[in-house]
Design a protein around this ligand. Structure first.
Ligand SMILES: [Zn+2]
Length: 155
């Protein structure tokens, strides 16, 4: 899913939290921000992988690969090498939920990440064979394993 849709669902989630579930302004804003700022890991991957800290180059690179990913067949996608995203995985999302028992603000970070993650998983079901969003460890493993194959980047 593109950042624009994550941003829009973040607005809806934040407004619902505030108006329907009576959540404070601060927590509603945290929820809204968490719905799309999780994708900062795409930038981090690009910055360290390409050694280029330009936000606009990273954005261009991600969009180029996203379009390429969508246009590819399942077979090509399966063989492609995908980046790993350090916030997109159960290794971050599940602990966030449990740590939120101690720090309640993290519950809204967890909720934002979870909403975003579900949206990404739905897109991965529509375009299967892409980056592993379930496990960061497996995604890193896959990244190391598929050396030399063209790299892709998706939501
Ligand atoms: Zn994402």
């Amino acid at each position: 899913m593109t950042p624009k849709w994550h941003f829009l669902t973040g607005i809806v989630a934040g407004l619902l939290a505030y108006f329907y579930f009576d959540v404070s302004v601060f927590y509603s804003v945290v929820l809204f921000l968490s719905c799309f700022l999780i994708d900062v890991d795409h930038y981090l991957f690009y910055a360290f992988y390409k050694k280029d800290f330009s936000f606009f180059s990273a954005r261009r690179w991600c969009f180029y690969h996203m379009m390429k990913h969508k246009a590819s067949t399942y077979g090509v996608r399966r063989k492609s090498r995908y980046p790993f995203f350090i916030f997109h995985g159960l290794e971050v999302i599940v602990p966030l939920y449990f740590i939120s028992f101690i720090y309640p603000v993290l519950f809204f970070v967890f909720l934002g990440f979870f909403i975003h993650w579900v949206e990404d998983i739905i897109m991965d079901l529509i375009y299967p064979g892409g980056a592993n969003k379930f496990s960061i460890v497996l995604a890193i493993w896959d990244f190391i394993d598929k050396k030399g194959v063209e790299i892709g980047c998706f939501d």
